[in-house]
Design a protein around this ligand. Structure first.
Ligand code: NPW
Ligand code: K
Length: 236
């Protein structure tokens, strides 16, 4: 059975609803989203495969998920490094940054150089609000992630992919195929073009909300914050 997907518009509306009538705060949702990403990395890239995780962080909430994941990974025993070139003055992102600084997580300015000594990469640049052509300074970062042999885990969307249509036909991102994707709450239509390991995370949706937005809450087990749903077709 094919997984039901959420369009970019529906995902944004769901986000808004969770934070209004759903009574969640953005901090809560981001914490659970980032926690689920950290659990995926622990599964696909356990500590013995190498502790150096490079996190590419973008200017919105997708980036915030990456900052949260970096914090959890530090507590699990990894050595995360964060590339965060565009930092909005938003209080939430500043607090997430301070929490990482207190854990002595390094922030770097040169992504391609940092990539040379990374064992795993988290793509937290853009999520469901991405559109159009990738603007500076991110084209070189996406190009580096596309070319590296280091495995990449993308949060919610491979950055630069159109949320509905998938990878761009040419130019930046056309050759970017991350090894792992963590869809938050529900996959976006771009997942039809994704062939790697696919997980769903974001274990915070009430059944009535899932019904209203017409997607399936995957069968989370025990303490897990994630469910693997691919690559063998779409198992749900
Ligand atoms: N409900 C859920 O499941 C939850 C979802 N969560 C997460 O939130 C994510 C969505 O976050 P979001 O809405 O903040 O936007 P996001 O995708 O990070 O990007 C926006 C930024 O990118 C920029 N930008 C856009 N296009 C660009 C371009 N071509 N080139 C360059 N820049 C470009 C844009 O800049 P602007 O256009 O405003 O100048 C803006 O700064 C979602 O995918 C999930 O990861 C969790 O945190 C909580 C629970
Ligand atoms: K991403």
């Amino acid at each position: 059975m094919a997984l039901k997907t959420l369009s970019a518009k529906a995902a944004a509306a769901l986000d808004k609803e969770l934070m209004s009538s759903g009574a969640f705060s953005i901090d809560q949702l981001m914490e659970l989203a980032g926690l689920s990403v950290s659990q995926v990395v622990y599964r696909v890239h356990p500590l013995h495969k190498g502790k150096r995780v490079l996190v590419a962080v973008g200017p919105g909430n997708n980036g915030g998920d990456g900052l949260v994941a970096a914090r959890h990974l530090r507590h699990y025993g990894y050595h995360p490094t964060v590339y965060y070139p565009k930092r909005p003055k938003n209080d939430l992102y500043q607090r997430l940054t301070k929490q990482l600084e207190d854990l002595e997580v390094p922030f770097v300015d040169d992504f391609p150089t940092a990539l040379k000594s990374a064992d795993h990469v988290i793509d937290a640049i853009f999520g469901f609000s991405f559109s159009g052509e990738v603007r500076e300074p991110f084209p070189a970062v996406i190009q580096a992630m596309a070319e590296t042999k280091v495995p990449v885990t993308a949060i919610d969307a491979p950055s630069s992919w159109d949320i509905e249509a998938g990878p761009p036909a040419s130019g930046v991102g056309s050759n970017f195929h991350p090894a792992v994707l963590v869809s938050l709450t529900a996959p976006k239509p771009l997942v039809r073009h994704f062939r790697g390991h696919h997980f769903i995370g974001g274990r915070f949706v009430a059944p009535a909300i899932a019904k209203k937005y017409d997607f399936d809450v995957p069968p989370y087990e025990g303490l897990d914050q994630v469910v693997e749903v691919g690559p063998e077709g779409l198992r749900l």
